[in-house]
Design a protein around this ligand. Structure first.
Ligand code: NOJ
Length: 562
């Protein structure tokens, strides 16, 4: 790997259908992104990650792709895409594409061919299996394994035409591609090169640690109370994953500079991530791991577990230590699959929303790694006040609700309580540009309602207010550019047992930074010596009165020479 410019960079994720709608059909589009490039340039981000913009039946909002080499008509055309790419490049921002190749859409021609007959040349491009031995195809329980799919229901779909089942770890409209077949890998590599030749700057690789499966497809462990088993031991970090990633690197990325590759890897361990991101091995530049966003998830998926700050620190501290000398990590609180962080780990009441949003940003961005800002995070956007299940649109929320209520005996209210707090639609309500009806997102009817708080929380108001979350994020991003210890310094966790304060230092040469965030609504004092007289580089509230006493939700960053 040639350089590591991305260590000094900040990535901004755009979820196109919810970002900005230029043509009034209620759905965001590429033209809408072009119209707002200056907002992103002003924020100072370096890389834009576009969630999928390819043709798609939109079963999973574009993560079900029916043509990898075109643009979804709802979003625009290839010509408009080229215009977007040029507009971003002209502002010194790169664009990385979402690469969704663990599965395609069932409407992709590859799958259409594959399902057409048992001896079609593309049959083996997907995972086809007969019914469980001794059982009749299509009868309950005859699926080849007992695995559940992520979106509820079994991970296998019976296909009438040939009487076999195909594997879909996600929805039944997202059949898993068979990476064991070299033709599949070659087709994916060719497609990736095509986008790079067009000028894109890399890829965020969707659930890329699921592409290699244990080909014996063993049954999974059945947890008490659940209708289907967890088969992940057979497909998370499977036997050929490193080989597949190294091959992809050789075939697609070798000899090209200035690119970024990010592997989304649910369930990846620190040790595996070290291997995946060791530049010597030529796999990916950084991983996107999940441990810290699973901190408030207990064994029972339908119980809300409150945040325990010491647990969060233990997890992130372990990742910092594990990748300290080799490898690199992504830093994120939010994306299109997570609830809004200010509602989750902060306090979204009017009194503390802005302060806690800024505090959370400070703590995250000053870890070692590349920070990600998800659209609206720079405004401190909050969760949406969802009511009943009919207000949700996300296939995951709807599928899991159905399985929990209809098959597992949960009450609608207990499931809804969790979906309201953690559901993915919280992140997917439209971007809040101004205080006009529908928040300036669309002149039509938005596909998902705009949060009613857009009258208070919106980009126009915040860009005009130097004390806003937006301008605080701008300063935070700038700090990464001006203070080398932010990107390159080493990391030491402090106060690991404190349930209110998140504190750490970063050190590079003779410069040391002290970062403290108060994750609580009460004043708290940090017992850390030696920082009297240090320079206050950044804080989200008035300067702390005396010593290291932080007000509710305060963040401070100090610098000293050592
Ligand atoms: C991870 C993506 O982030 C998520 O939105 C999607 O539903 C699944 N992968 C399946 O593609």
């Amino acid at each position: 790997m040639t350089d590591s410019w991305w260590k000094k960079s900040v990535v901004y994720q755009i979820y196109p259908r919810s970002f900005a709608d230029a043509d009034g059909d209620g759905m965001g589009d590429l033209r809408g992104i072009i119209d707002h490039l200056d907002h992103l340039a002003e924020l100072g981000v370096d890389v834009l990650w576009l969630s999928p913009v390819y043709p798609s039946p939109q079963d999973d909002n574009g993560y079900d792709i029916s043509d990898y080499q075109d643009i979804e008509p709802l979003f625009g055309t290839l010509e408009i895409f080229d215009e977007l790419l040029a507009g971003a490049h002209a502002r010194n921002m790169k664009i990385i594409m979402d690469l969704v190749v663990n599965h395609s859409s069932d409407e992709h021609p590859w799958f259409q061919e594959s399902r057409s007959s048992k001896d079609n040349p593309k049959r083996d491009w997907y995972w086809w299996r007969p019914a469980r031995p001794g059982m009749d195809s299509g009868t309950p329980g005859a699926e080849p394994t007992n695995w559940g799919s992520v979106f509820g229901g079994p991970a296998w779909e019976h296909d009438e035409k040939t009487g076999e089942y195909y594997l879909h770890l996600f929805s039944k409209k997202q059949p898993d591609l068979n990476w064991e077949n070299p033709e599949v890998r070659q087709a994916v590599h060719a497609m990736m090169r095509w986008w790079l030749d067009r000028g894109v700057d890399g890829f965020r690789m969707d659930v890329i640690n699921m592409i290699s499966k244990d080909v014996s497809l063993p049954d999974g462990r059945l947890n008490a109370g659940s209708a289907y088993a967890d088969g992940s031991a057979a497909f998370i970090g499977g036997p050929r994953l490193h080989e597949f990633l190294q091959e992809m690197h050789r075939e697609v990325f070798a000899g090209r500079d200035g690119l970024l590759t990010v592997g989304e890897m649910p369930g990846v361990t620190v040790d595996e991530a070290r291997l995946h991101t060791d530049p010597e091995r030529g796999e990916v530049d950084m991983v996107f791991q999940f441990d810290h966003v699973w901190v408030d998830r207990g064994p029972d998926p339908w119980l809300l577990v409150p945040l325990q700050l010491t647990a969060l620190k233990a997890i992130l501290g372990r990742w910092q230590a594990g990748l300290a000398d080799v490898g690199w990590n992504s830093l994120y609180w939010n994306n299109h699959d997570q609830p809004r962080v200010v509602s989750r780990f902060g306090d979204d009441s009017p009194a503390h929303r802005a302060a806690s949003a800024k505090m959370l940003g400070t703590v995250l961005h000053l870890h070692r790694g590349t920070p990600y800002v998800y659209q609206g995070e720079e405004l401190g956007m909050t969760n949406h006040p969802f009511g009943g299940i009919d207000e949700f649109r996300d296939i995951e929320a709807l599928g899991q609700y159905r399985q929990a209520v209809e098959l597992e005996g949960r009450t609608p209210e207990e499931v809804l309580r969790v979906l309201r707090a953690r559901g993915r639609d919280n992140a997917r309500t439209p971007m809040q540009w101004d205080d006009s009806p529908h928040g300036g997102f669309t002149t039509g009817t938005p596909w998902l309602p705009v949060n009613p708080n857009h009258t208070e929380i919106n980009a126009r108001a915040q860009r005009a207010d130097p004390e806003s979350v937006f301008h605080y994020y701008r300063r935070l991003i700038e700090l990464r550019k001006t203070e080398p210890a932010v990107a390159d310094g080493d990391f030491t966790m402090l106060l690991p047992h404190d349930e209110r304060l998140y504190a750490f230092t970063r050190r590079l040469g003779a410069t040391e930074l002290l970062v403290i965030g108060n994750f609580s609504g009460v004043e708290a004092r940090a017992e850390i010596d030696g920082w009297e007289g240090a320079e206050l580089v950044l804080t989200n509230l008035e300067r702390p009165a005396a010593g290291l006493t932080l007000q509710p939700w305060q963040a401070v960053v100090y610098r000293r020479a050592v």
